[in-house]
Design a protein around this ligand. Structure first.
Ligand SMILES: *Cc1c(COP(=O)(O)O)cnc(C)c1O
Length: 355
């Protein structure tokens, strides 16, 4: 049976990305060696990193003065590496959910942390309202898409201080004004690649200001200076990232990704709002286009497990909600298809007809 992948991450990738990566794993560029077996310094691999960097710069229209690097360790490692490199005395964090909170916790190892806004009291069912951004902070940290709670800030904030964003789950899904950010980071396994690589976009002239001795690997300058080749980078994940960027460009780039994201999300949210069995968990103005969260309506609570079974039987994968929200979550990253979205909506309609 055909499967429709709504996993929150690692998540669906375009079929051709998987096939092209698989081919290179069997025989890299006709070399007779696997992509898994070559040196990252091999002359054929350097162009992979270079092209991946230049495609990211092209697709996101990254201005002069920024570097793109690839690291291991996931976005979670950046929760500590960001403050290590940028926190001088005090940083501001917007508490918009689980990941934002984790980032805040790690920053406390490096200095004072102020919570600039929070929606914790409402269990993160909307984006925090930022009333005022203090001007005495070294940077403001935001998480643009809250993967677990399904809220998203789909625009670029104007901040009077350096702005740093965790864009792990919505990068490459819309045009971004990179010039507004000092740093953008993303675990690539949601929208850009297989798991194993983290993408950073860093403003060069903001590096090297933190007043502490940094271990070599923690200092972003190490990786900027060596073009992500200071040590062995995640070779296969970077290759899959290159293929995804090529795919993204061929589809029409981030503008087209944005259009598709709106189209997919509208179809699912319309059905959630129409169907008497379901209700959304997020205030309308904060709804994420990437992670669409919904639960059974109060009168139909007991149908949660039966609906999950019903949808699973029809090939839906990964729609069970995160344990902190419950219900369901349909993740619709760039590779998600209209066919998948329509299959899910048909499931919801057919289930309603039975009840
Ligand atoms: C998945 C996710 C993370 C964690 O990423 P890892 O690569 O697993 O460390 C952090 N932030 C956001 C917004 C995420 O969606």
């Amino acid at each position: 049976m055909k499967k429709y992948n709504f996993n929150a991450g690692p998540s669906m990738l375009p079929r051709e990305v998987i096939e092209n990566t698989a081919k290179q794993i069997l025989d890299f560029n006709g070399s007779g060696l696997s992509l898994m077996e070559i040196s990252h310094r091999a002359k054929d691999f350097t162009p992979v990193v270079d092209e991946a960097v230049s495609l990211i710069k092209e697709l996101l229209d990254v201005p002069e003065g920024y570097s793109v690097i690839f690291l291991g360790g996931g976005a979670s490692l950046e929760f500590m590496q960001i403050p290590a490199n940028f926190l001088i005395k005090k940083a501001g964090y917007v508490n918009s959910g689980t990941w934002a909170k984790k980032a805040m916790k790690e920053a406390k190892h490096f200095g004072e942390v102020v919570e600039v806004a929070s929606s914790a009291d409402d269990n993160y069912t909307h984006l925090p309202e930022i009333k005022e951004i203090p001007t005495d902070i070294d940077y403001l940290h935001i998480c643009t898409n809250n993967t677990i709670f399904g809220t998203e800030l789909r625009k670029d904030l104007d901040a009077p201080v350096p702005l740093i964003a965790d864009m792990s789950s919505d990068i490459m899904s819309r045009p971004v004004d990179v010039s507004k950010y000092t740093a953008i980071y993303a675990g690539a396994q949601k929208n850009m690649a297989m798991a194993g690589v983290t993408v950073l976009i860093l403003k060069n002239d903001m590096l090297g200001k933190a007043p502490r001795e940094l271990p070599t690997m923690v200092d972003y300058r190490t990786h900027v200076e060596k073009n992500s080749m200071f040590n062995t980078p995640p070779v296969v994940p970077i290759y899959s990232l290159l293929e995804t960027m090529r795919w993204c460009k061929a589809q029409g780039g981030v503008k087209e990704m944005d259009r598709r994201a709106h189209e997919r999300a509208r179809i699912i949210y319309d059905e959630i709002d129409r169907n008497k069995l379901f209700r959304g968990t997020v205030e309308e103005s904060s709804r994420s286009l990437m992670n669409i969260c919904f639960v059974m309506s109060d009168d139909y609570k007991e149908l949660e497990k039966p609906f999950l079974d019903f949808a699973t039987e029809r090939g839906m994968v990964g729609i069970k909600g995160h344990r902190s929200v419950g219900g369901f979550r349909a993740s619709c990253y760039n590779a998600q298809t209209l066919e998948g979205v329509n299959a899910l909506v048909q499931c919801m309609k057919d289930f309603e007809a039975q009840h």
